[in-house]
Design a binder for this molecule. Sequence first.
Ligand SMILES: [Zn+2]
Length: 284
Amino acid sequence: MPEGPEIRRAADRVARVLVDQVVEEAKLHLPNLERLGGRLAGCTVTAVDTRGKAMLTRFDNGLTLYSHNQLYGRWYTMKRPRMPQTGRQLRVELHTATHSALLYSASDIEILTGRQLANHPFLSRIGPDVMDRELTAEHLLARLRSPGFLRRRTGSLFLDQAFLAGIGNYLRSEILFVSGVHPARRPSELTTPELRKLSSNAIRLARRSYRTGGLTVPPSLERQLKEKRWSFEKRRFHVFGRDGQPCHFCGDPVERLTVSGRNLFLCPGCQPRQPDRFPESPGC
Ligand SMILES: [Zn+2]
């Protein structure tokens, strides 16, 4: 499933063709939404925002198109009148005078008034967005220390959208690894420097992934792996999807666990369950 950085990049693409433009034609191909397409036609798009893994396309009449891509949803942007060659099911069509933004396969789509948006069951439940520029490491540190999260295992906490929205499976493994924290450890068991690393790395890795199109490894390591002719997919992550392969930093084989029903990857050397000394940061 795409995570915060991928959703934000998709939102940027959609924003480039829609923001400040009049939507001349809007079609919603979902049984209970078809009649609402007409309410968007003739309106100007004011912003394309993200909240966690949800995208919010805002119109100047106060309505917002809410879409959550889940596993399969995908936005395409095209110059009119071109349409993508895809076998996917078309759900939303927004056409300006020159471009189209088209959402395929997603089923979690709603048209919301300002009031409905404020009371939306998913949006009102989720925590701060990891891609929000206003979010600071200090804010996250306070969150890790708050009673609701302090005694949760970090492995499940860093997948919980109510704690931090936009973090998904690859970011969870990568943040814990770079912070040297084993997923079974709880914020209440961590030192202040470890909590600080978790807070700053969560924001830093998500922003790096957004900026680079999906890399969480630092530029120096990426260059080394590229020189060894590793493919993009192979060199993207420190541990995610690398079970059985040696850790880039200590050489221990990367392990795979199931935590909260999803695969979690870790290095037992860099992320000891019970550190007997202050662990070296794997760097990054
Ligand atoms: Zn290691």
